[in-house]
Structures are given as structure tokens and as C-alpha cells.
Design a protein around this ligand. Structure first.
Ligand code: THU
Length: 159
């Protein structure tokens, strides 16, 4: 049998496997839930991106009365990063959510659309980045790359 992809999802209940920068990243994602505009779902998501130089960029979900026009926290953060046109690569991304109305899943995976957008940034910078998702119920799940969550994203390469 040939193994096609490595896909290891790690789990921890405490912060011990993380670097100091990653701990700050997780904290920033948690703080970003307070910026969410989620009056329709009451599901408050925070995302934070860590760059090579230590800089952190955050995002939160922004909803709309016309529901499909809302945007997830991850894409708000990622496209804010894209708009900076910086050469600094993304090294990690942390995501968390809060809600009084919903049970937060044990593994709080980003949605498929956000994973596809992450995969585009992986391609653009030619290196994968660490994903840390965490919820009070499940603790911390983390993987070395986006491909653990999205093994076969869509990709177009011109001939
Ligand atoms: N949401 C995110 O921000 N990230 C995800 O990965 C999935 C869902 C938001 C979208 C919407 O505002 C709310 O959570 C409920 O779906």
C-alpha cells in the first residue's frame, strides 16, 4: 500500500506544546471573537494569523441580513493579510468560537470554503502553515499543514 498524504491531527488539553508566539496567537484569536458581528447566528468566531516576523493579523465573522453575504472569520483574516502585500509568510493560524446558542464542536474545523482559501495562500507563499483550532469542549487540535484539513483542495495550473 502506498501512502499518498501525511495527515496527522494532534490533540492537547493544555498549551504546553505551543511556543510563546503561538500562545499569543491563540489568545488573539480568542480576543477577536469579540469583534464578530453575528446577530443572525450568535456564533462568534475569531481567527488569528502569525507571520514569520511575529506580527499577528486577526479576523472575525461578519454577517449580513442577506445571509450568504456574510464572511467567515478565517477569510476576513486571510484576505486582510493578502491586502497587506507583505513578503512575510504565514507560519500559523489559530481559530476559536464562542456561542451561547450552539454546542461548540470538539474539533472546530474551518469550513471548506475557508480551507480552500487557506490552500491558495499556501500555494502563493510556497510553504504550508500550522493550523490550531480550539474550543473549550475539545481543547486544542493542531496540524502542521492546511492539507491535514483539506487533503485534496481544488488547484489550477496553467499549461
Ligand atoms: N463561520 C466562521 O467564521 N468560520 C467557519 O469556519 C465556519 C463558520 C461563521 C459563519 C457564520 O457567521 C457563523 O460562523 C455561523 O455559520
Amino acid at each position: 500500500m502506498k501512502q499518498i498524504k501525511n495527515s496527522i491531527l494532534n490533540h492537547t488539553k493544555n498549551l504546553s506544546p505551543f511556543t510563546e508566539l503561538e500562545k499569543s496567537l491563540i489568545l488573539e484569536a480568542e480576543k477577536a471573537t469579540a469583534n464578530a458581528y453575528a446577530p443572525f447566528s450568535n456564533f462568534f468566531v475569531g481567527a488569528a494569523i502569525l507571520l514569520q516576523n511575529g506580527e499577528i493579523i486577526t479576523g472575525s465573522n461578519q454577517e449580513n441580513a442577506s445571509y450568504p453575504n456574510g464572511l467567515c472569520a478565517e477569510r476576513v483574516a486571510l484576505n486582510t493579510y493578502g491586502n497587506m502585500r507583505t513578503e512575510e509568510k504565514i507560519v500559523a493560524m489559530a481559530i476559536t468560537a464562542k456561542s451561547k446558542d450552539f454546542k461548540i464542536p470538539e474539533i472546530l474545523s474551518p469550513c471548506g470554503a475557508c480551507l480552500q482559501v487557506m490552500a491558495e495562500y499556501v500555494k502563493r507563499q510556497n510553504s504550508d502553515f500550522r493550523i490550531i483550532v480550539f474550543s473549550e469542549v475539545g481543547g486544542y487540535y493542531y496540524a502542521e499543514g492546511v492539507s491535514t484539513f483539506l487533503p485534496f483542495g481544488f488547484n489550477l495550473n496553467r499549461k
